[in-house]
Design a protein around this ligand. Structure first.
Ligand code: GLU
Length: 342
């Protein structure tokens, strides 16, 4: 049997297993329960985001062995936005190593809005890679012989995580760039302090490109599953991130991934996650699975309203909090197995 045939067969076996698994029912229940929720507001700072359908809602779980469970609009495409930040940080780690990256971008939560104009002037670096200042400084660390090579390295990296070629939505990119004055101001302030190199305009362009990458809910779950699986995409078998760096992405996602709700998220939900302004959330249950959610209406802190609800419930029901001890409820792992029929 050829390699392609055997991976087709694996996919078929996984599909049959997941069709009979309790998690499929659980996700459907969560979808039905939270779809009627009408709270929150779709981001409208650029016209492309304002066009999103507030009723669009998808949930996908991909296990570390590549099984897929989903409910709702899991193929609806949207821009990755801030969810790109931990992944680009991972690429910077691979290019420069932990200590150099840490000398350029801190790892302390700010408790401030993602686009706050605050910098850690004592250590001369932005606070962390999940706020815009830190993300722009991280983009500045992405190397390449010229700008096209820097962009194509980013695209290649996201494609490895998603297991398919991804692309930048040019209309969103043009809008992000046309309206990105605040990010430009942050970039130039960092240049003033010597926190970034003098190619800052180009690095800002790179940041706008990374935010405009198109993904769907299924992609987010595969990306999360790749981290859950130590950096190897469980669907394609391709490595997207060196294993030694996975824990750094996850720890920053846990402490800083959910805008200025990150502390409460770590406290209540306890799953390393990152959300984006288009309404996506990627989450990682280390060693177990990745979870992707898409639902565009956002709460006041910028997180998907339905997304927060689903994660709160999944964490409670299956004891997914990172610091859970002695959980006596149903095991999440058991939800992946085919249900017993007798
Ligand atoms: N492109 C957005 C910005 O930099 C990202 C917003 C987000 O997803 O947090 O303002």
């Amino acid at each position: 049997m050829s390699k392609a045939d055997s991976s087709d067969l694996d996919a078929l076996v996984n599909k049959m297993k997941s069709a009979a698994s309790p998690l499929r029912t659980v996700l459907r229940e969560l979808y039905d329960k939270y779809l009627p929720l009408r709270d929150g507001k779709v981001a409208d700072y650029i016209p492309e985001l304002a066009k999103a359908d507030p009723g669009s809602f998808g949930i996908t779980v991909v296990t570390k062995d590549g099984q897929v469970f989903s409910a709702g609009d899991v193929k609806q495409q949207f821009t990755i936005q801030s969810i790109s930040k931990p992944f680009v940080f991972g690429l910077a780690l691979e290019m420069h190593g932990r200590d150099y990256v840490l000398s350029k971008v801190g790892v302390e939560p700010t408790g401030e809005a993602f686009n706050a104009i605050v910098l850690d002037e004592t250590s001369n670096r932005p606070f962390n890679p999940m706020v815009n200042s830190g993300a722009v400084a991280t983009a500045d660390l992405i190397e390449g012989k010229d700008f096209p090579e820097r962009v194509s390295r980013l695209i290649a990296m996201f494609s490895r995580y998603c297991g398919r070629p991804v692309y930048v939505d040019n209309t969103v990119f043009m809008s992000e760039r046309a309206t990105g004055h605040r990010n430009r101001a942050i970039g130039h302030l960092m240049l003033n302090f010597g926190m970034v190199r003098d190619r800052i305009e180009e690095s800002l362009e790179l940041y706008f490109q990374q935010c405009s990458m198109m993904v769907n809910c299924h992609d987010l779950a595969v990306m999360g599953a790749t981290l859950a699986n130590g950096g190897v995409n469980p669907v394609t078998g391709e490595r997207a991130l060196e294993q030694q760096y996975v824990k750094y992405l996850l720890s920053i996602m846990l402490s800083c991934g959910m805008y200025d709700y990150a502390g409460e998220w770590a406290y209540r939900v306890g799953i390393p996650s990152k959300s984006g302004v288009a309404g996506g959330i990627v989450a990682v249950v280390p060693g177990v699975a990745g979870i992707g959610i898409y639902s565009p209406p956002l709460d006041a802190k910028g997180n998907s309203v339905r997304g927060i609800k689903v994660f709160e419930e999944l964490s409670e029901r299956f004891g997914l909090h990172a610091f859970e001890t002695g959980f006596t409820g149903p095991s999440f792992l058991d939800q992946f197995k085919p249900a017993r029929t007798s």
